[in-house]
Design a protein. Sequence first.
Length: 448
Amino acid sequence: MYTVYMESLGCAKNQVDAEVLLTYLSENGAERTEDLAQADLVIVNTCGFIESARKESIDTFFQLHEAKPDAKFILTGCLSQRYADDLRDSLPEADGIFGNHDLSKIVPLVEAVMAGKRPVERPEYPISSCERDDRKGLLNFPGSAYLKISEGCDHRCRYCAIPLIRGGLRSRPQEAILAEARRLVSQGIKEINLIAQDLAAYGTDAPDKNSKFCDLLQRIIDIDGDFVVRMLYIHPDAFPPQLPALVAANPKILPYFDIPFQHAAVPVLRGMGRTGDSKKYLDLIASIRSAVPDAVIRSTIMLGFPGEDRQAFDVLMRFIEEARLDWMGSFLYSREEDTPAWKMRGEAEHKKAVRQAAEWQKELQTVQEKITAQRLRRFVGNTYPVLIEELVEGEELAIGRMYAQAPEVDGLTVVMGRGLVPGQRVRCGVSRVNGIDLQAIPCREEAR
């Protein structure tokens, strides 16, 4: 018996991997602790997508190592998968290094570490039938869970290191996904968040190359139970045209669309390996809102990619002003070795471009903050189910999320009231907007 402390960084897909790792370990004598001081083993589940994420991963490792130097330390996740050999040589403080493909191999690796060895493992993916879909502990707030429907990506955007880390698209078998969804519902999960590098790509790795996402989505919502489904990450150039109608016809599917446009200027998009443009993306947004009037649309924008000049940025700004996205995140392009975009410019030119892009980012965020504040006002005076996530100690209020707010990335709903229970959905009346958050009061009906 030993205790393990898990620090998982990066995206929701990484979080699911962390939950699976903990499940394997719990079945083999480990007990999870949230108290670092009690840990015999510390696992840092790293992100390696961009430079800032890699830095955060290493910084987190050293902070934890300094706080608990007598524990064994293992690095897992994307950074370990991509740079295992480099980490072995440059990070002697790590007692073990493990990739993110066949997660079942974590058990013998931990056994080796606890026995005083220093293993480095990047096992290949197992066959789909051998991958597990049961997680004995979730790292979300109560009532919510992520459900991964595929791994890897075939889009090959020229800036993206994901195919280098997680490989090509591997769609999970539908029956495995449905079994996992049923299990989550039986455990009281009220909100299932579907995740993949691109949900719409689900099934396109089959011989017919056709997306099976809408079919899968229909089968998930046909499961009996009191739950809703949120869709995260849909590539705009592969958006299923039938999806808005499916959402409009099924209240179990939250009208929330996470579509990473990345940019709007044609020269930049073509450099990225994308086929869209400002008009196509605006038409897509209009088609969604026409079919689903209550739709909430989130996107991410990349600034500083090769080919972006002031003219291209102005095109992007006009797009943002016309699109009136509910939520938008932005980040600066990270020049990733071994990606096609790596050779598009040198490091000195890259640093200069990113400095300029950081200034443009401030302009973009200022515009989007005003749009988001305006878009949030339409919820005031209406009622919505709110998933209660946590109570505020010493106060008669709780923090939760309504359908317009995805975990981690959007604003929150502050619910004023007593007797609220994390993991329950409570119908609330939205009373005001407070920055990027909403304030609400429970209606007089039973929580569920």
